[in-house]
Design a protein around this ligand. Structure first.
Ligand code: NAD
Length: 486
């Protein structure tokens, strides 16, 4: 371990300090400085891209399917050996409630690496189209799938292991090399990946480079560099637009997972108490910092007051708690900046005519850390900005609907299209409402769509492309047709 920083970059197969020195990573629940991470500069990023380019162009990585499957399993097993240390680190660096680390915040994405290893072995890399005589010339045609090349992976802070691994897993399985640029708020979650890759796998030098930095500009650098073939980005819709525009200069492929303002529809034949309690619980898990969280709750107009009471009651009972406690559902938000952003939306909601059925500010009993109480806003219409824009905090908006058609109309009246939920007594009817939502995933009566084999992504301004599943893996592949003259 270097003397100047607690965690290092992975550059061209070696764990090294950043030429920019180091920067601090902070526990959002306490504001305690956990330690430092290497602060990469543009020169480090340049080296990382060069190493990834060389590893792709000059090694057999892309061609050796069996070797890659073995390396992915080594990575999974190496991460599993450090699982308990990573669990404590994730709770402290991300503010993730402990219960989530047994799922999407840690254990699930680590296990999913095995799914991608299996896929490398079972995938039909070449298909035979047989013989034909196009324009009278006998030919045998085959279609091959092969890696795109160098992938620039740019990730946010909210589910760092899930998002880092949902890019690394399929990108490596497909035979690409990768430069990973994580968010400055959660550098350690990425840096430990570099450590495990360097110390516990046979992944060749340059195939994965992990570049932590306090400078967002390094992400932009990845989107411009002509040596990068594909940018895989997860983050806000505003940054996604910049990524797409910048990547246009060198006509890179872009893969975007962006924001959302997903609807939770309660139909008039649903068990209102069960549905609203579930909406409250799922809406503020991890302090609402999930792009696919359902933050607009749509309930039958005639039962609006009752729904407000149930939802607010559940939120008040949940409260905001220490993420290390295994009963906590809603922890802190990631940073002072994020808390300010959420508070800005709370003020805006009041200006727009809304009121708080519960919450609406910081919890009285915490003077350290970045906390917002679980909050329910009532009295707004779907036109209000607080009801339309992504808040990314533990803040839900309750909206009335006048039946199934109206609920579908309101749910789809959004620039986003990431996810959604429908609850109803008649499952056939709930399913037909789900089919009408213009979103990439929908949960019906509490069904969980998350899984390595399930494609995840957005319609409209929630993104382009799919992550996970065979569709997600194929985002990282090119298609080549080869015809032999006969
Ligand atoms: P962000 O868009 O600010 O940053 C995401 C990443 O992009 C970071 O690594 C950042 O350093 C980098 N970046 C910043 N400016 C850049 C630029 N011009 N070019 C290239 N890279 C740049 O997002 P955030 O604040 O870290 O995360 C919160 C947002 O991410 C929320 O809006 C949330 O909805 C979204 N998100 C979406 C998904 C999804 O799968 N759809 C998942 C998680 C988070």
């Amino acid at each position: 371990m270097s003397r100047t920083t607690d965690r290092l970059l992975l550059l061209d197969g070696r764990l090294v300090p950043g030429t920019g020195g180091s920067f601090e990573t902070i526990n959002p629940a306490t504001e305690e400085v956990l330690g430092t991470a290497a602060d990469a500069t543009a020169a480090d990023m340049d080296r990382a891209i060069g190493a990834a380019r060389r590893a792709f162009d000059e090694t057999g990585w892309a061609a050796d399917h069996a070797f890659r499957a073995r390396c992915l399993r080594q990575l999974r097993d190496g991460l599993r050996r450090r699982a308990e240390e990573l669990r404590e680190m994730t709770i402290r660096e991300v503010g993730a409630p402990r219960f989530l680390t047994f799922g999407a915040q840690l254990d699930a994405p680590v296990g999913d690496l095995g799914w991608f290893a299996d896929l490398v072995e079972s995938y039909a890399w070449e298909s035979d189209l047989g013989r034909a005589e196009p324009m009278g010339m006998p030919s045998h045609r085959r279609v091959r799938r092969e890696a795109v090349g160098v992938v620039g992976a740019i990730t946010p802070w909210n589910f760092p292991h899930q998002i880092n691994l949902a890019k690394l897993g399929p990108a490596l399985a497909a035979g690409n090399t990768v430069v990973l640029k994580p968010a400055p708020d959660t550098p350690w979650c990425a840096a430990v990946l570099g450590e495990v890759i360097a110390e516990e796998t046979d992944i060749p030098a340059g195939v994965v480079n992990v570049v932590t930095s306090s400078d967002h500009g390094l992400g932009a650098q990845l989107t411009r560099d002509p040596r990068v073939d594909l940018v895989s980005f997860t983050g806000s819709t505003a940054t996604g637009r910049e990524v797409m525009a910048s990547a246009a200069g060198t006509l890179k492929r872009v893969f975007l997972e962006l924001g959302g303002k997903s609807a939770f529809i309660v139909l008039d034949d649903a068990d209102l108490r069960a549905a609203c309690s579930y909406a409250a619980f799922s809406g503020v898990a991890h302090a609402g910092q999930g792009c696919a969280i359902t933050t607009r709750i749509l309930v039958p107009r005639e039962r609006y007051a009752e729904a407000a009471e149930i939802t607010a009651g559940t939120l008040a009972k949940l409260g905001a708690g220490d993420p290390a406690d295994d009963r906590t559902i809603c922890g802190p938000v990631i940073s002072a900046r994020q808390r300010e952003r959420v508070e800005g939306y709370l003020e805006l909601a009041v200006k727009e005519g809304g009121s708080f059925a519960c919450g609406g500010g910081r919890p009285a009993d915490r003077d350290k850390g970045f906390w917002i109480e679980p909050t329910l806003i009532t009295g707004l219409s779907n036109e209000a900005r607080a009801a339309r824009e992504e808040i990314f905090g533990p803040v839900l908006v309750l909206l009335p609907h006048d039946g199934d058609d109206d609920a579908v109309r309101i749910a789809n009246d959004s620039p986003y299209g990431l996810s959604g939920a429908v609850h109803g007594g008649d499952v056939e009817r709930a399913r037909s409402v789900a089919r009408r939502l213009r979103t990439g995933t929908v949960s019906v009566n509490g069904g969980v769509w998350y899984g390595a084999d399930v494609p995840f992504g957005g319609y409209k301004q929630s993104g382009i492309g799919r992550e996970m599943g065979v569709a997600g893996f194929e985002e990282y592949l090119e298609t080549k047709a080869i015809a032999e003259g006969l």
